[in-house]
Design a protein around this ligand. Structure first.
Ligand code: RRO
Length: 311
């Protein structure tokens, strides 16, 4: 019932982790591989291992989460070694996330991926909000275009990009016009809502240490922004560019809403962090229940069919 076609493969269901959650180590990735998730993605990597920002750097709060991890990861070779071994045990494509600190670093990593035996899907993260002194690439339209131009001059494996939220329809128009020039496999929207501030009122203090408490928001706070970005890009991008919907998925209804806006795959971050990998079974069964009540036998019957008020 939840089967989903994406990159010439049929996934059991559209549910995945969001990069950064439960995918830093081989142990965590194996737990995702053994869970009911339809697919999974690795932690965004850089060429060299990074320790990231000082802790506390990720805090669950009542309506979601705030983080400023600062791109901690074990370096590209660690993740490439893992996926090249893991992909031989399954036909399901693995997603491989990269987040270089410069255009040159992204190109160097993509050259490594191109030359490797990895045959999954690469996700280029242009939206890390948490590296001090480094603005998000995807808020710079010229730099985004320059990056994609250089990449598609040589990269021939399936590639998607992870975007931050946009808040102005003119920005949706501008970004979609750029993305439509390239053979992207997908756009993943949204990364965390950058630079929120959560306060512990008893202590009169921030809750995370880096950047004086400023960090990316996830969870319930961000669902309406995520849905708007899924819808905004679904209605503007060439149909060949699929959408991965990320942001605020806590139950089957949230998943249904993302699919109705046009998402093909769905990623879960904050709520996976709260519940662990057992969440995939729960959300899959809640989504099936909703579809059954509504009489839908497949996701294709309602994907993207959100109605406007026309009378
Ligand atoms: O590691 C992080 O601080 C981080 C990254 Br790379 C990202 O893309 N999104 C996020 O919320 N945190």
């Amino acid at each position: 019932m939840l089967q989903t076609n994406f990159v010439n493969h049929t996934f059991e269901n559209p549910l995945m982790n969001a990069s950064g959650i439960h995918c830093m180590t081989v142990e965590e990735m194996k737990e995702l591989a053994n869970s009911k998730a339809g697919a999974y993605v690795t932690k965004s990597t850089t060429l060299k291992e990074r320790a990231g920002n000082p802790s506390p750097r990720y805090v669950d709060v009542p309506l979601g989460s705030i983080n400023s991890m600062g791109l901690p990861n074990l370096g590209i070779d660690y993740y490439l070694d893992y996926v090249s071994e893991a992909q031989t045990k399954t036909e399901t494509p693995i997603f491989f996330s990269i987040a270089g600190m410069s255009v040159a670093e992204n190109i160097e990593m993509l050259e490594k991926i191109q030359a490797s035996d990895f045959h999954g899907v690469t996700e280029l993260n242009l939206s890390c909000p948490n590296v001090p002194g480094k603005p998000q690439v995807a808020y710079d339209f010229d730099l985004t275009e320059e990056t994609l131009e250089k990449i598609f001059a040589f990269f021939t494996k399936p590639l998607g990009i992870k975007l931050p939220p946009y808040f102005d329809l003119a920005h949706f128009d501008q970004m979609a016009a750029i993305l439509n020039k390239y053979p992207l496999t997908y756009v993943n929207t949204i990364n965390s809502v950058g630079n929120g501030l959560y306060i512990d009122v008893d202590k009169e203090q921030v809750v995370i240490k880096p950047k004086d408490g400023f960090g990316g928001l996830g969870g319930e706070y961000i669902k309406p922004t995520a849905l708007a970005n899924v819808r905004g890009f679904y209605t503007r991008l060439n149909p060949s560019i699929k959408i991965i919907g990320t942001g605020g998925i806590r139950n089957g209804q949230d998943a249904f809403e993302h699919l109705l806006c046009g998402a093909t795959m769905l990623q879960i971050g904050t709520e996976l962090h709260k519940e662990g990998p057992a969440i995939f079974e729960r959300i899959a069964s809640e989504l099936e229940d909703i579809m059954e009540v509504k009489g839908y036998k497949s996701i294709d019957e309602f994907r993207g069919k959100l109605r406007s008020i026309t009378d």
